[in-house]
Design a protein around this ligand. Structure first.
Ligand SMILES: [Mg+2]
Length: 263
């Protein structure tokens, strides 16, 4: 064995030792001699890591469809949604949204639009979910509607900041929500209570939208806006069904939401 080969083997050995010490449970441990055992080994994962990974699949839409937060993740979701990380993630999304908005060439014809979803996008229903298991309970439409009727959902601070900046850049604000026409008054009242004002239009589900998948209902309404001459530059929503489909915005911005899934 020549000097170069010996040096190479020594380097590999020390690299392996360093990596194993620095990342004891990391995928970096999969060096050739461990490959066999890796495939037969269960990676030890506590609830925190399991739930963090579960949340990743939720946000990437890999988990879809899902019905409720796994019970072992209720505490994780509570910590996330009531803690600094949710706020920080939301601020990061608002920052990226605003950075894009500033690059948009505004036509100035009054048809440059930004579409916002409402629940978990502009308004937070965390006070409701806090007393309903943080998404780990089966959704109960009646009790949720009673909460909506209170019109006391607080604003998501990051979204309120973005909402207030966009008109100054020349955007018209369109609100497109899965709430129904029956909830128009309480929704306007709640938006006003939480600091939102001066939207161009508030679109809610009408009788013909009953039972429609959100992706279809929202796409159809966006298509109507486009047919009216609106150019939808940006769209903000906490569900992929707010953002996917047809007549989609030039750029879509997904806010975090590990509480529930809407198809
Ligand atoms: Mg929403």
């Amino acid at each position: 064995m020549g000097f170069n080969e010996t040096f190479f083997l020594f380097s590999l050995f020390f690299l392996h030792i360093s990596v194993s010490i620095a990342y004891p449970h990391s995928i970096l441990q999969i060096l050739p001699e461990n490959r066999e055992s890796f495939h037969h080994r269960k990676i030890p994962r506590d609830d925190n890591q399991y739930c963090d990974s579960w949340k990743f699949t939720v946000e990437t839409n890999d988990a879809a469809p899902w019905t409720r937060v796994p019970s072992r993740c209720a505490a994780f979701v509570k910590d996330y949604i009531t803690g600094d990380r949710y706020r920080s993630d939301s601020e990061a999304v608002a920052d990226q949204s605003l950075a894009f908005a500033k690059t948009v060439k505004i036509s100035g014809n009054g048809k440059d639009a930004w579409v916002f979803d409402i629940d978990e996008t502009l308004l937070s229903n965390v006070p409701y979910y806090a007393i309903h298991g943080f998404g780990s309970e089966t959704f109960d439409e009646n009790s949720f509607d009673e909460w909506v009727d209170l019109a006391e959902a607080p604003a998501l601070p990051a979204s309120l900041r973005l909402y207030r900046e966009l008109p100054q850049l020349g955007f018209k604000i369109i609100l497109l929500t899965g709430r129904t026409e029956f909830q128009r008054n309480v929704t306007e009242k709640n938006l006003d209570y939480s600091g939102y004002s001066n939207w161009e239009r508030l679109i809610l589900r009408g009788p013909s939208d009953k039972g429609k998948m959100a992706t279809i209902y929202k796409s159809e309404r966006r298509k109507e806006l486009v047919d009216e001459g609106y150019k939808i530059h940006g769209s903000s929503g906490d569900q992929w069904s707010d953002l996917l489909g047809f007549a989609v915005a030039k750029r879509s911005f997904k806010l975090p939401n590990p509480l529930y899934y809407i198809p």
